[in-house]
Design a protein around this ligand. Structure first.
Ligand SMILES: Cc1cc2nc3c(=O)[nH]c(=O)nc-3n(C[C@H](O)[C@H](O)[C@H](O)COP(=O)(O)OP(=O)(O)OC[C@H]3O[C@@H](n4cnc5c(N)ncnc54)[C@H](O)[C@@H]3O)c2cc1C
Length: 402
């Protein structure tokens, strides 16, 4: 395995780094000021960043080469170092139109959407004009097992009628969230539990859709995207809004989650790397008990352990990305599961050490560490809790190796 980057990727790394340093970082204070005034609106400064990134061709870098017309033409392996750079700064992914959940939704529409769905929803998403959400999780059932989902999608003439309650729907609080991909059941009595579900496009402004409240993540509403509770009451959409066909929802969910999961891992490695750099800076500068912190053995150990763990996760992520490119997402599923288990836990350990070395300010709004921590903690649950990945990975490995 050769992880040496091509000249094209080296050039992109330099361009993305330069854009982050010279455009994104200086815009961060303005972003925070604008956000405080209008929490559920995209701060105008972010729209300006998006226009600049688009003009430079640093746009939609996440979409793998196989999607032809729509893509920046990168493989997963080529995208990995770019996503890592984006993960270092909260708003960077969105500046390049590479932010979840839009990335996963665009991938679904590119892969499974028909021409009309692509024209109506994929195009404005790729242009960065609207935002989207993916609505699967429900408060009433254990949603880590998608076969439990209870929202009903019932055919009525030329329409489907949707009823159900979802929560933690990322992005749905934002005013520019115009479209949701909703997972529900069209055939709850199908003996095949994996053919009961469908995914359907629901414009957020459809009558009967109520975005009820912002769920918190460790005490923050995580504006401007937010993680909404959404109620669907007799929501009527045309039958053409179904994606791929009735009963294909589970299959689409599986297809969506592979790339989405590894993208999160790439960003987490970036966040962890930045936490390590902040840890080193603080350890060099801060004097405790008569000497710089870096002179204390335990601080050196924290730094060394963090560097080792980040590099392990980085290499495994690259290996998984390479396997996805060469053998397909399905064949790479075990490596994807491994990295989805490893990366958030690694990030939590590294960020926690960085917080400790910073003292109180490590938990404050004056460093990015608290935001990174909440993101990493979320990813021990979102896109499948650790235990679900371990259950499936353990089962598959026992079959192969036992
Ligand atoms: C910030 C945030 C953003 C999110 N964004 C979205 C979104 O945009 N769209 C969306 O649909 N959902 C989203 N989610 C929801 C997330 O995907 C779910 O929380 C997750 O799938 C788990 O479902 P659940 O909460 O119902 O937990 P449950 O299914 O009730 O599981 C609870 C716990 O049970 C344990 N468990 C489960 N299976 C096993 C097992 N086999 N063995 C042992 N223990 C097990 C695990 O510890 C698990 O955490 C988000 C969540 C958060 C926190």
């Amino acid at each position: 395995m050769n992880f040496e980057y091509s000249d094209k990727v080296k050039e992109l790394i330099a361009q993305v780094r330069d854009f982050i340093d010279n455009e994104v970082v200086p815009a961060e204070p303005t972003y925070e000021e604008q956000l405080a005034k209008n929490p559920w609106e995209t701060p105008p400064v972010l729209d300006q960043l998006k226009e600049k990134a688009k003009a430079k061709g640093l746009w939609n870098l996440f979409l793998p080469r196989e999607h032809g017309d729509f893509t920046a033409g990168l493989t997963n392996l080529e995208y990995a170092p770019l996503a890592e750079l984006m993960g270092r700064h909260h708003i960077a992914s969105e500046a390049f139109n590479c932010a979840a959940p839009d990335t996963g939704n665009m991938e679904v529409l590119a892969k499974y959407g028909n021409a009309q769905q692509q024209e109506q929803w994929l195009k404005p998403l790729l242009e960065g004009k609207i935002r989207s959400a993916f609505a699967m999780t429900e408060p009433e059932v254990a949603s880590s097992d998608a076969t439990n989902i209870e929202t009903s999608i019932t055919r009525d003439g030329d329409d489907y009628v949707i009823n159900g309650r979802k929560f933690y729907i990322s992005g749905a609080m934002r005013k520019s969230c115009e479209i949701m991909i909703v997972m529900g059941k069209t055939d709850p009595d199908n003996p095949n539990r994996h053919q009961q579900q469908s995914q359907i496009l629901v414009p957020t402004k459809t009558p009967g859709v109520t975005v009820k409240r912002a769920m918190q993540v460790l005490g923050s509403v995580d504006a401007p995207e937010g993680h909404a509770e959404v109620i669907f009451e007799n929501v009527r959409v045309p039958k053409e809004n179904i994606i791929l066909g009735e009963g294909r929802g589970f299959e689409i969910a599986q297809g969506r989650l592979g790339p989405g999961r590894i993208h999160h891992c790439m960003r987490l490695i970036g966040a962890s790397q930045r936490a390590l750099e902040l840890m080193c800076k603080r350890a060099n500068e801060r004097v405790v008990f008569g000497q710089p912190m870096i002179k204390h053995g335990s601080v050196r150990e924290d730094i060394a352990k963090s560097a080792c763990e980040i590099e392990q996760a980085r290499l495994l992520t690259l290996k998984a990305a390479d396997a996805m490119d060469r053998y397909g997402n399905k064949e790479a599923k075990e490596l994807i599961a491994m990295i989805k288990i490893i990366a958030p836990n690694m990030a939590l350990r590294v960020i926690d050490r960085a917080m400790q070395i910073h003292g109180a300010v490590g938990l404050s709004q004056d460093t990015p560490l608290a935001g990174f921590f909440a993101y990493a903690r979320t990813l021990r649950l979102a896109d499948g809790p650790d235990q679900v990945h371990m259950m499936q990975l353990g089962r598959n490995l026992a079959k192969q190796l036992g």
